[in-house]
Design a protein around this ligand. Structure first.
Ligand code: SAM
Length: 368
């Protein structure tokens, strides 16, 4: 399908969402974090702000009774595949599919275990792009259940950083909802109260933006919190030249104690007997003030720490597997594990030069 040939018709009149819910007896289940978005102005706003065109193959996660599903179809897309875990929603979604001119396809299953790449691949709509080109005609959208929002975004970010799963076709954007506090952490800027591990692992690989906030009262049943709609655009070039597992580990340990000195946090990367020396080496090489607080560190500083830590791990097999809470595992024991060395970064073809990182110096400190 090309831009010139794609056409779609709006959905014919359907029973109102509220009537749908009564017709199909769709009482929300707390265990699946079901909070329905009933206001079609808001569902339309999500679809509009996601900003895809009529050639786009969209995947929606957790469609529930189909409020956002209707809006995506009406906004105009080449095809929409939905992944829903709760069998009760299949009949109303089939009802919707009958009205959707063959554009709506339903998959019953857990999105965490569903192969989204195969959905894109089998439909043969998504035009593969080189990673550096702008995004392919694919988009993933969802008003996520709160209980899986965090594991799902981590899975997506990991796949994105390795150009795997739906990102094997290029830079597929995401538009997802999160409880506002999580949305703010994903987008947390340096020196802000929201800066966290999540800010780093998100922002080094993509550009996240809170599109708008939906007050909790707009959902049925209403959660006690507000919800942020976040759009993620994968970066052409990651800001840190290390594998996701390395960035995730350094970011996690750097934010172990938010208000303490970074030196105290970084020591948790190493066994106690070598922690002082190894942490000192890392901070000195990266020109980072040991008394700095974690939330005041820029991505380039954390990037430099990742590069240096990775080198330390290469020299000391087993170090990468060290976890501060696993007291009885020595580096000698861990060195015999199959993944005793950190995964290597898949270098992108062309693009920015990571040479300054090779010396372990953050870009912002090069002129100092
Ligand atoms: C917060 S509700 C949103 C429903 C609908 N999208 C809306 O905005 O009204 C979350 C939806 O995700 C579904 N869900 C929960 N866990 C899921 C999972 N692991 N995989 C796929 N869907 C899931 C729930 O059954 C529910 O329909």
């Amino acid at each position: 399908m090309t831009a010139a040939t794609s056409t779609f018709s709006k959905l014919p009149p359907l029973p109102a969402l509220r009537d749908f819910i009564h017709m199909y007896r769709l009482k929300a289940k707390k265990i699946l974090s079901q909070n329905y978005l009933m206001d079609m102005n808001l569902t339309r706003k999500i679809a509009r702000k996601a900003n895809f065109d009529s050639n786009t193959h969209v995947i929606e996660v957790g469609p529930g009774p189909g409020g956002i599903t209707r809006a995506i179809l009406d906004e105009g897309c080449a095809r929409l595949d939905v992944v829903e875990i709760d069998h009760r929603f299949i009949p109303p979604l089939e009802h919707l599919a009958e009205a959707a001119d063959g554009r709506l396809h339903i998959h019953r299953g857990d999105v965490l275990k569903t192969d989204l790449a195969t959905i894109f691949k089998d439909a043969k709509i998504v035009q593969q792009k080189e990673w550096f080109d702008f995004s392919p005609n694919s988009h993933i959208i969802g008003n996520l259940p709160f209980n899986i929002a965090s594991p799902l975004i981590i899975k997506f970010l990991r796949e994105m950083s390795r150009e795997e799963g739906p990102w094997q076709f290029g830079r597929t954007p995401l538009t997802l909802t999160f409880q506002l506090e999580v949305a703010q952490r994903l987008c947390g800027e340096i020196d802000s109260e929201h800066r966290s591990r999540l800010s780093i692992v998100t922002q080094y690989i993509c550009e996240p933006k809170i599109l708008f906030v939906i007050p909790g009262v707009c959902f049925v049943p209403k959660p006690e919190i507000d919800v942020g709609v976040v759009k993620f655009i994968p970066r052409a070039e990651p800001l840190i030249p290390c594998d996701f597992a390395v960035v995730e580990k350094v970011a996690r340990q750097t934010f172990t104690f938010r208000q303490k000195y970074v030196s105290k946090c970084i020591k948790t990367l190493y066994p106690t007997e070598i922690a002082d020396e190894m942490a000192h080496d890392l901070l000195k090489n990266c020109r980072i003030d040991p008394t700095q607080r974690p939330f005041k560190l820029g991505i380039d500083e954390i990037g430099a720490m990742c590069v240096f830590y990775e080198k330390q791990c290469q020299k000391m097999p087993g170090l990468f597997l060290h976890e501060v809470f696993k007291k009885n595992q020595t580096i000698e024991m861990l060195a015999n594990e199959p993944n005793a060395l950190p995964p290597t970064f898949k270098k992108l073809k062309g693009g920015i030069s990571y040479s300054s990182f090779e010396d372990g110096i953050p870009l912002s400190k090069l002129s100092n």
